[in-house]
Design a protein around this ligand. Structure first.
Ligand SMILES: [Zn+2]
Length: 174
């Protein structure tokens, strides 16, 4: 078809406007994988008509289910499909917000949280609970509890915060 986009994943992402086929969230090439609707193992082809680009997490879940089973997975979400990676709601209010919440790399999230904490100066949350909700709000409430816990762990490991039972103290230089 005269396209210069030779890699299937790039072609598919382009055709899908850079969004995951299933959850409609912004999908970076690094987080994308090619899902064969009819699995190769079940006789599906590798041509684009049998392929979509979607979040890696969902691709792993679908594995080599039959197309019928995959449809059931999709239908079970009752129209509000989210890939199992914490992102994926299409109910967000703006493009910028979608992009922010779509950041999946932990390091990028940590950097965002640190930048936000720096901005807050003396008004930083003092308890684990308020810090968790601050982080949650920063990512438009799209993170799971486990993801927030992971971020808190990273912040501690980076020496940015220390947690003493329910209290948080900051060792960042401001
Ligand atoms: Zn997705």
């Amino acid at each position: 078809m005269g396209t210069t986009r030779s890699k299937p994943i790039e072609r598919l992402l382009f055709a899908q406007g850079g969004l995951c086929f299933f959850c409609n969230d912004i999908l970076l090439p690094a987080d994308a994988s090619v899902e064969h609707l009819v699995a190769i193992a079940k006789g599906g082809g590798r041509h684009d008509e049998n392929c979509v680009a979607c979040c890696k997490s969902l691709n792993a879940l679908l594995g080599c289910m039959s197309l019928k089973e995959k449809l059931r997975v999709v239908l079970n979400q009752k129209g509000d499909f989210k890939c199992p990676n914490g992102g994926g709601s299409r109910k967000s209010s703006g493009h910028h917000q979608t992009k922010l919440a779509g950041i999946k790399a932990v390091d990028e999230r940590v950097a965002l949280v640190l930048a936000d904490l720096h901005k807050r100066g003396a008004a930083r949350p003092r308890t684990v609970k308020t810090l968790s909700s601050t982080i949650n709000a920063l990512f438009q409430k799209r993170l799971s509890g486990a993801e927030i816990a992971l971020l808190l762990g990273r912040l501690q490991a980076a020496g940015a915060i220390s947690i003493n039972e329910t209290k948080v103290s900051y060792t960042l230089v401001t």
